[in-house]
Ligand binder design. Structure first.
Ligand code: ZN
Length: 243
């Protein structure tokens, strides 16, 4: 199914993902003074489709792109965005590492063997990039030191650098006026650690998230949830979590 640009509120829009290539949802936050995107997507094509959907609505392209975590599907679009990118410090450090990786079938296989990367990622990358030499990895322009605020004129964004269940480098975005929380893949299993869910990380994450008054919870690979759904989901996750 092709990605669609969907209005959630006057301020929040999403560009839907696709399961086939693990394409994530991208978000567009429309402010009075400027607008912001959440995540850069998988590729040049992904960014171009997102921007063309934004412009079709008569909206400005984002001034900032906030990166939720370092995984390829959220960051390989970085060379093609306009404006500046923002991430956690850990995301920037990891992107620096990934920018030195070589992209041939052989190199990718080797990284799976030595545990630096995972098979699922390689399969999806190969679906998106028929020519692997087209892959470019950039680091971000700005980093968040614990937390940061962005004032879009009529709404304010709060950015928080935190550990998550899914990766160590998560950056969460909260918009108080919209009671909206954006978490990327933060509440999914850690695919780089055998898909495990660590109870301690889950509890820390839950405590942090539940401090916010939110009614809308936006995730990396599915449609938005509400607080009750999130807590039901986290309850289930907790039952199978590793001590
Ligand atoms: Zn991820």
């Amino acid at each position: 199914m092709a990605s669609e640009f969907v209005k959630v509120t006057d301020k929040i829009y999403f560009f839907s993902g696709e399961q086939e290539t693990d394409r994530p949802f991208l978000y567009y936050i429309k402010g009075r003074d400027y607008s912001v995107a959440i995540d850069a997507g998988q590729s040049k094509e992904h960014v171009e489709q997102f921007y063309s959907a934004i412009q079709k609505e008569g909206f400005e392209v984002p001034k900032y792109t906030i990166i939720t975590h370092w995984h390829w599907d959220h960051t390989f679009g970085l060379p093609y965005i306009q404006g500046k990118s923002i991430s956690s410090q850990l995301t920037q450090q990891q992107l620096e590492v990934v920018s030195n990786w070589k992209w041939t079938g052989k190199d990718m296989e080797q990284r799976v063997k030595d545990g630096t990367d995972i098979e699922f990622v390689n399969e999806c990358i190969q679906k998106v990039y028929s020519d692997l030499s087209m892959i470019k990895v950039l680091t971000t322009d700005m980093v968040v030191n614990d937390n940061m605020k962005l004032d879009l004129g009529d709404i304010q964004l709060e950015l928080y650098e935190r550990d998550s269940i899914h990766s160590r480098d998560a950056l969460l975005v909260y918009i108080p006026q919209e009671k909206a929380l954006f978490v990327g893949d933060a509440d999914c299993e850690d695919l780089y650690n055998n898909g495990e869910v660590k109870l301690s990380r889950l509890k820390t994450y839950r405590e942090f998230v539940n401090k916010f008054e939110f009614e809308r919870y936006f995730i990396g690979h599915d449609f938005p949830d509400n607080k009750e759904c999130v807590n039901n989901y986290l309850d289930e996750l907790e039952k199978n979590a590793l001590a």
